[in-house]
Design a protein around this ligand. Structure first.
Ligand SMILES: [Fe+2]
Ligand SMILES: [Fe+2]
Length: 254
């Protein structure tokens, strides 16, 4: 599906947007979700609805990503269920840890603290859901492996600079990991014949799409939207180059 205007594909409902300073919606190319914000909610993102039929498998712009995942990945992941669930479990742990770290580093950023604190609970809940799924299927949680994907993104972050600039780097890194996770959960959701597993991954897809949006909103709140937009494109380019150099492995989420 070719998108003409990002805004055309996004419906923001009444409520305060974290991007209220500029009301800009950056990096929405390919975003085909309906983001719903409850006007009486203190949470910046309350609900995200995604139609699993909207994002076609051939789309090259799922959440603005510059490189669609190799279709062979989902097939490989299907036959490595124990490994992919183990890797997924640790991804959820790392997501929770990243949010805790943001709070520890930026306690003076009230919007940030109030926005990401609930995500810690949510990500830990995701970890527990994966544990439950492993148990249900008689599978064992394995050991954590070296995460080349996340390490690559961390290496890409600009070091030094102002504290606020480092925050933007962290938020964009989080947004990108969420976007890629969302894209891959979607592939698993539509590619698996087991309806329980398909629904299982669908729930993750929806949740991570909301987190992607939240981290981008926060980046725009604390940074110049124009600079954030440019830097986000650099992240997307880098991630696409990095992933294209990775072997297609079905035992890893990324
Ligand atoms: Fe998660
Ligand atoms: Fe997440």
């Amino acid at each position: 599906m070719k998108l003409k205007s990002p805004r055309r594909n996004v419906q923001l409902y009444p409520g305060r947007c974290l991007c209220h300073r500029t009301n800009q919606l950056p990096a929405l190319t390919g975003w085909q979700a309906r983001v719903v914000r409850l006007s009486d909610s203190r949470k910046p993102v309350s609900l995200v609805y995604m139609n699993r039929n909207v994002m076609k498998p051939t789309s090259k712009t799922v959440l603005g990503l510059h490189l669609p995942t190799d279709p062979r990945w989902a097939n490989l992941a299907k036959i490595s269920l124990e490994e992919i669930l183990t890797d997924h479990a640790y991804c959820e742990q790392k997501a929770a840890t990243a949010c805790i770290s943001l709070v520890q580093l930026y306690p003076d950023h009230q919007e940030l603290v109030e926005s990401v604190a609930p995500i810690v609970t949510e990500e830990w809940g995701h970890f527990r859901m994966v544990l439950q799924e492993l148990k249900k299927r008689g599978l064992q949680l394995g050991y954590q492996r070296k995460d080349e994907y996340v390490n690559g993104l961390l290496a890409f972050q600009r070091k030094g600079g102002k504290r606020e600039e480092r925050l933007i780097e962290k938020l964009l890194t989080c947004a990108l990991i969420e976007a890629r996770s969302c894209e891959r959960f979607r592939l698993l959701s539509i590619g698996l014949s087991d309806p329980d597993l398909s629904d299982f991954y669908y729930k993750f897809m929806v949740a991570e799409a909301g987190h992607y949006r939240l981290f981008l909103d926060l980046a725009n709140l604390y940074g110049s939207p124009e600079k954030v937009r440019i830097r986000w494109q650099e992240y997307l380019d880098f991630e696409a180059r990095m992933l294209s150099g990775f072997p297609v492995r079905g035992d890893r989420m990324h």
